[in-house]
Design a protein around this ligand. Structure first.
Ligand code: ZN
Length: 112
């Protein structure tokens, strides 16, 4: 299993991909730095996901996940505008890159 059902419902906890407040899964992940151009960010531990995003992750549908993340993060467009200008890429490209890093740092637990 690469994720577990979320049993904790911390106030304000939302899907780390699309901001949906109805999170149902936790994807275990190592912490990692994420630096693209002047966009300097880091991910700290597990990622919470809603049903829809979890299904896209399980199905390796990263392009659809990035589309969903762009649609769910209208305010992100403003906060990363400088980074987008610096890298020449769009928000979707940045999120695709971020999700690639997330996937590379996922902790896949093998249950024997
Ligand atoms: Zn989601």
């Amino acid at each position: 299993m690469s994720s577990t059902p979320i049993t904790r419902f911390e106030p304000g906890l939302i899907c780390d991909f699309c901001n949906d407040p109805k999170i149902t899964r936790d994807f275990h992940c190592k912490s990692f730095p994420f630096v693209v151009g002047i966009f300097n960010w880091g991910s700290n531990g597990d990622w919470a996901a809603c049903d829809e995003c979890a299904a896209l992750i399980d199905a390796d549908k990263w392009d659809a996940l990035a589309d969903r993340a762009v649609a769910g993060n209208p305010s992100l467009e403003n906060s990363v505008t400088l980074a987008i200008l610096a890298t020449g890429s769009g928000l979707k490209s940045l999120l695709l890159e971020l999700h690639r890093a997330f996937n590379a740092n996922r902790i896949i637990r093998v249950v024997h």
